[in-house]
Design a protein around this ligand. Structure first.
Ligand code: URA
Length: 255
């Protein structure tokens, strides 16, 4: 990798090597503002096929029988397959799989943590109190799930009692998310909350330390911020969240 923008071919080779050596799922880097804007403008963006093994992070992915797990590469087929997923224990307790809301053509993709009770009941992500706040936050930068945002979660099924996602559940479920991102091809990703931010940045750090920068998720600019549910508990994070959304808007506008 040279200074400045990463060379997609080198990134692809590095990813392949990491797979071969059994390293963790993601290779990411922090971008400075001009690199992020350049990615957002489509300059130097590695295509999914260049930068990725086609099955996503396949060193850690396997189907129920222990073989390689390759989620379908076509959006409707992906959704249909995910809706009947039994890859982890959460399948037993769910009412339904919560796959997404918004348009797969959206410019912005929001990735939350996991469905709660309302989402499990309705089949749509972020429909409870946290969801209402998310909608307001998005509206503050002229975005909406109806027109411009695609919303989904790291986990597609509700953890019992809304407990935190477990690492094996994230591992089992994340191939769906990686493929969703690959197919939706958002211009910018917004990860809300620790689990989503850590998974997509590949960094095991507190959210307060992660936020405030633009990352690259496989060539797509990625901004991370507090989960709206956390914001409901701690209004002190509002200013930082506002500034993260401005950062997102700036990347989207190329300014
Ligand atoms: N919290 C999330 O992270 N996702 C939802 O869909 C609802 C609440």
């Amino acid at each position: 990798m040279t200074s400045g923008r990463p060379d997609p071919a080198l990134v692809a080779r590095l990813l392949r090597q990491r797979r071969e050596f059994g390293h963790g799922p993601l290779t990411l880097e922090t971008l400075d503002r001009s690199q992020a804007l350049s990615l957002a403008a489509g300059r130097g963006r590695a295509s999914a096929s260049e930068a990725l093994p086609t099955t996503g992070d396949s060193t850690r992915e396997s189907d129920d029988a222990g073989g390689p797990f390759a989620p379908p590469g076509e959006y409707d087929a992906l959704r249909e397959a995910a809706l009947v997923c039994t890859r982890c224990r959460l399948a037993k307790g769910r009412t339904q799989v919560v796959f997404s809301d918004g348009s797969p053509d959206a410019r912005v993709m929001v990735v939350g943590e996991a469905p709660g009770a309302n989402e499990d009941r309705t089949g749509l992500p972020f429909v409870g109190r946290a969801g209402k706040l998310l909608d307001l936050l998005l509206a503050s930068v002229s975005l909406s799930r109806r027109d411009s945002v695609y919303i989904c979660n790291v986990l597609k099924c509700r953890p019992p009692g809304n407990r935190d996602p477990r690492s094996d559940e994230i591992e089992a479920c994340s191939p769906w998310l990686h493929r969703q991102i690959e197919l939706v091809e958002p211009e910018v990703i917004l990860a809300v909350g620790t689990f989503s931010a850590q998974l997509l940045t590949g960094r095991n750090m507190a959210l307060g330390k992660l936020r405030g920068e633009v990352y690259s998720y496989r060539g797509t600019p990625l901004v991370v911020t507090y989960h709206p549910a956390a914001l409901l508990r701690n209004a002190g994070w509002t200013r930082s969240t506002w500034s993260d959304l401005q950062l997102l808007r700036g990347v989207l506008d190329g300014s």
